[in-house]
Write a protein that binds this ligand. Structure first.
Ligand SMILES: O=C(O)c1ccccc1NCC(=O)[C@H](O)[C@H](O)COP(=O)(O)O
Length: 215
């Protein structure tokens, strides 16, 4: 029997959106600790949001090339289940925190625009707990752009057992087909369930989860 596809809702900035994501059945919620993002939250805001995440729902804290002390402070104060590195962080940097982390790859970026390049990149991060494959954008993420799933095939065929998270431009109307095409461990969405950057739409969240759960 095919295991159910897990769902991460990313870029939450309001308590009401944490509640909406949890009530809709999200498996994980992402907090963006990257100041240049329209969805960025301060450490103080993140503490309030994190406190509203119940047991059995993972809190994921997301960084882009952050100074190491900022990552360590977030680990100490937020106790996230998972770190997400979404910039150009090296394997050594990601491993230096001795904390579970997901390595995000922006598919289509230089060096990540061929299946071989992606596979080679994955192999550099031996201690990653999961991969997140996102589309490529100048702003690092949250672009609403879709990626070419065919580029992931070689990574999947290489037999790497680590969970693969599909991300990038997913919508309530498109997520089911994306899952059928790539059979990911989980899907991740931000702009596709928003009314405006950082302001999630509870109805779109429910529609997104329903589309995933209906498979
Ligand atoms: O969400 C952001 O604003 C963001 C900014 C900079 C780096 C990463 C960011 N988000 C990371 C995520 O995991 C998003 O969910 C992912 O990029 C997909 O976003 P979307 O295409 O809007 O669904």
């Amino acid at each position: 029997m095919q295991a159910r596809t897990r769902v991460k809702i990313c870029g939450l900035t309001r308590l009401e959106d944490i509640h909406a994501a949890v009530q809709a059945g999200a498996d994980a919620v992402g907090l963006v600790l990257y100041a240049k993002s329209a969805r960025a939250v301060s450490l103080q805001q993140a503490r309030l949001l994190r406190a509203a995440v119940p047991a059995f729902v993972n809190a994921v804290t997301l960084f882009v090339n952050a100074p190491e002390h900022e990552v360590q402070e977030a680990i100490d104060q937020l106790r996230p289940e998972l770190l997400q590195f979404h910039g150009d962080e090296s394997p050594q940097y990601c491993e230096s925190f001795n904390h579970r982390y997901m390595r995000a790859f922006r598919v289509g970026a230089p060096g990540l625009d061929t299946p071989e390049g992606l596979l080679q990149a994955c192999r550099r991060y031996q201690s990653a707990s999961a991969w997140l494959f996102d589309s490529y954008s100048e702003g690092y993420g949250g672009s609403g752009r879709r990626l070419d799933p065919s580029l992931l095939r070689l990574v999947q065929e290489a037999g790497d057992s680590r969970p693969m998270v599909l991300s990038g431009g997913l919508l309530p109307d498109t997520v089911a087909a994306a899952i059928m095409a790539t059979r990911p461990y989980a899907v991740d969405v931000s702009s596709g369930v928003e009314a405006a950057p950082g302001d999630k739409c509870p109805q779109k969240i429910r529609q997104f989860l329903a589309a995933v759960r209906g498979l």
